[in-house]
Design a protein around this ligand. Structure first.
Ligand SMILES: [Zn+2]
Length: 291
């Protein structure tokens, strides 16, 4: 079971959130049948979205991050609720995988250049929408840049998905977000920088058997640390036939009529979980009668 843990230094100056998202990234790769580079990009984004969603305070809030790059991956996105549960999709799941010279997956090339949109919907009032350019395409650096430019929160983000070279299966996935809170003094900043400089990659830490708590403690080494909270997170899609029915009901009447007369029914599949929903001619007639 995947888990997020959040810790704060006892002086309240630094917060660290870590996630072990191995199941989430694995399930996402199975649902979408992703190539290695697509598994890595989607897994990294799901980890980030889960941590960021869990920071939203209202219980019915959602967070939505969309990367729209010009690389082979196409647009991909993740949606998280305020409990850190996530879902996501990628436009081209079979995107070809390329590597850097050191053997690491070249996620940046698959993502390409473009725009990142972050939407925070608090369940009431206007949602917050931030748009920033993709600065790296490796996702973690982009999340760091998002916090620096859109929220003015000095942040270090690390994300990783380890994929087995032979089977192309997701083996491990996780993330770490370290944020300086107002009041962090220079010595705190220096120490955090030194800690970050010594941090191993998230997947190396997970491969050593380190937990999300161990990763937070490593990031906050030298500080007195308190655990703020800890909770289980999952890949969750809340789609239902009812929701798809209301989407169809919102379509123009002539389009629904075309489904009845030309297609003899309708089939829709959820882009987040690939579940298929079929509507018979009778069901479509019913929708039309209620319009
Ligand atoms: Zn679904």
């Amino acid at each position: 079971m995947d888990k997020i843990i959040r810790c704060i230094t006892s002086d309240g100056a630094v917060m660290a959130s870590a996630i072990d998202s191995t199941d989430i990234a694995y399930i996402a790769s199975k649902i979408h049948n992703t190539s290695p580079v697509a598994s890595a990009a989607l897994g990294r984004l799901l980890s980030a979205a889960s941590i960021m969603g869990a920071q939203l305070k209202s219980s019915n809030a959602t967070l939505n991050i969309r990367f729209e790059g010009d690389g082979a991956l196409g647009a991909f996105m993740a949606v998280a609720d305020s409990n850190g549960n996530v879902k996501g999709f990628v436009t081209n799941p079979d995107c070809p995988t390329t590597h850097y010279e050191n053997g690491k997956l070249n996620v940046a090339e698959a993502v390409g250049a473009g725009i990142i949109s972050v939407m925070k919907d608090f369940g009431e009032g206007e949602p917050y929408i931030g748009k920033i350019p993709i600065v790296s395409g490796e996702i973690a650096e982009d999340i760091t840049n998002y916090y620096a430019t859109s929220e003015q929160i000095p942040t270090v983000c690390a994300l990783g998905v380890l994929i087995d070279k032979e089977s192309a299966q997701v083996l491990l996935s996780g993330g770490l977000l370290i944020q300086l809170l107002p009041g962090a003094d220079d010595s705190t900043i220096d120490r955090i920088e030194a800690n970050v400089g010594k941090l191993e990659s998230v997947t190396t830490m997970l491969a050593k058997g380190m937990t999300a708590l161990d990763m937070c403690k490593k990031a906050l080494d030298g500080f007195e640390v308190e655990v703020l909270d800890e909770f289980e997170v999952k890949y969750v899609c809340g789609c239902s036939k009812e929701k798809i029915r209301s989407l169809i009901a919102a379509m123009p009447e002539e389009e629904i009529r075309a489904m009845i007369e030309e297609d003899g029914g309708a089939q829709a599949s959820c882009r987040f979980c690939n579940k298929k929903y079929t509507f018979s001619v009778d069901e479509l007639e019913n929708i039309l009668n209620k319009k």
